[in-house]
Design a protein around this ligand. Structure first.
Ligand SMILES: C[S@@+](CC[C@H](N)C(=O)[O-])C[C@H]1O[C@@H](n2cnc3c(N)ncnc32)[C@H](O)[C@@H]1O
Length: 393
């Protein structure tokens, strides 16, 4: 850390006067705290992940994969997109039966666009009618990732209307899909004390970022806990994902008719507020290793928190959507026929697909940590093949 972090700052912070390369995000946050007071954990996380210049997601187009910090199902290869195309095809048929003429596929938190590409590649071959009615939008907050969309998608789908945006479009008639978006949204952190609920803040001491506690920063935090009927026990910490709730509300508003299909890792509220999660779930990842010291090197590592599945379901229902179901990824992909898509035999391609299938459904790995959640608007009584098992472990 350069000497800047030890420079007392008064008044407004003017970044333009400082040599860009020598100023770390820690320096900027220390200066901001000196000028305006401690940050909520959500504000800290927002800067660490999404600061337009130094944020973790802002400074690279792709963060997952072998060379990155974590794996998602998209990194396993095209099989995941192929299976999603099967589920999307059923959704297209259901919206068409209800009067839909075009089929919007909006992928939110699209990263550099690989999942949409895999879906389109599969749809072009196996789901031609859906493909020809598709209108595609990739929604991604990181400008670096958005810039990669054209190269990822290449020329193969130039006949389809494809847009790349920073925010959700509206109105959407079709599907909003998000794989591991919610776990990347900033959370507030609260602690149960004898004197009631306190919030964790990020303060600074001698140029270093440190934790402190204070009153709740937002009445929505207490409302969130009341709605769930939970509270952290004395001495326990818990994450409060207000941004996830706000994102669900916005997605529900944007969805005129169709489906919201979310795939992410998390637990029901009762589990997250039980002794097994008494330290909360906010953590860092770097080079595939857990880094629980989430305050260190902001911008240089992934920060993530488990999704509160109960809060997501209630937010979706409060916003007028109908819950179709929540299942483990194992059941979702098995119900969509993943085992029919792999072949026996020693050739390399067959072996690679079998390995990919195993990675996607393996209990204890992506198969049981990832949950698929589906919600609908304007399609009373619909059921979906991928959610038909109704299994959540
Ligand atoms: C964990 S990554 C997942 C990327 C990709 N979906 C995958 O599965 O590999 C989360 C992505 O969501 C993006 N993101 C975060 N907040 C967002 C928002 N409000 N709207 C759109 N994208 C967002 C991040 O920039 C990041 O690219």
């Amino acid at each position: 850390v350069s000497g800047f972090s030890r420079t007392p700052i008064t008044g407004r912070w003017d970044n333009s006067r400082r040599p860009f390369l020598f100023v770390t995000l820690t320096d900027l946050l220390v200066a901001r705290i000196r000028a305006r007071g401690p940050l909520t954990v959500a504000e800290f996380m927002d800067a660490a992940l999404y600061d337009p210049e130094r944020g973790y997601y802002a400074s690279a187009a792709q963060r997952s994969g072998r060379a990155g910090d974590f794996f998602t199902s998209v990194d396993v290869g095209p099989l995941f997109g192929e299976l999603l195309a099967v589920q999307l095809d059923e959704m297209w048929r259901l919206t068409r039966a209800a009067g839909g003429t075009t089929f919007d596929l909006v992928e939110a938190g699209a990263g550099n666009g690989r999942l949409t590409r895999d879906i389109l590649d599969a749809a072009a071959v196996h789901h031609r009618e859906m493909y020809e009615h598709m209108r595609v939008t990739l929604v991604e907050r990181s400008a670096a990732a958005r810039e990669a969309h054209a190269a990822t998608l290449g020329d193969a789908h130039r006949d389809r209307p494809i847009a790349s945006l920073a925010e959700l479009p509206a109105p959407i008639d079709g599907v909003i899909l998000a794989n591991e978006l919610l776990d990347a949204l900033p959370v507030h952190v609260v602690i149960g004390t004898d004197a009631g609920l306190r919030e964790v803040y990020v303060a600074e001491r001698a140029g270093a970022l440190v934790e402190t506690t204070g009153d709740l920063s937002d009445p929505a935090i207490a409302a969130y806990l009341d709605r769930l009927g939970v509270a952290p026990a004395v001495g326990a910490r818990a994450d409060v994902g207000l941004q996830a709730i706000r994102w669900i509300e916005e997605a529900a508003r944007s969805l005129a008719r169709g489906f919201l299909l979310l795939i992410d890792y998390g637990h029901e509220a009762a589990e997250l507020f039980s002794p097994s999660h008494a330290s909360g779930t906010l953590t860092g990842y770097r080079a595939h290793r857990l880094r629980p010291d989430w305050l260190s090197e902001p911008g240089g590592r992934d920060l993530t928190a488990h999704v509160n599945l109960t809060a997501i379901r209630l937010a979706a229902e409060d916003a007028g959507l109908t819950t179709i179901g929540m299942v483990d990824q194992t059941y979702f992909l098995m119900s969509l026929g993943i085992t029919d898509r792999v072949a026996a035999g020693p050739d390399r391609a067959a072996v690679a697909r079998r390995l990919a299938a195993k990675t996607l459904v393996m209990p204890g790995g992506l198969g049981s940590t990832m949950k698929t959640m589906a919600f609908a608007r304007g399609l009373p009584g619909v059921r979906l093949a991928g959610l038909s098992s109704g299994r959540l472990t």
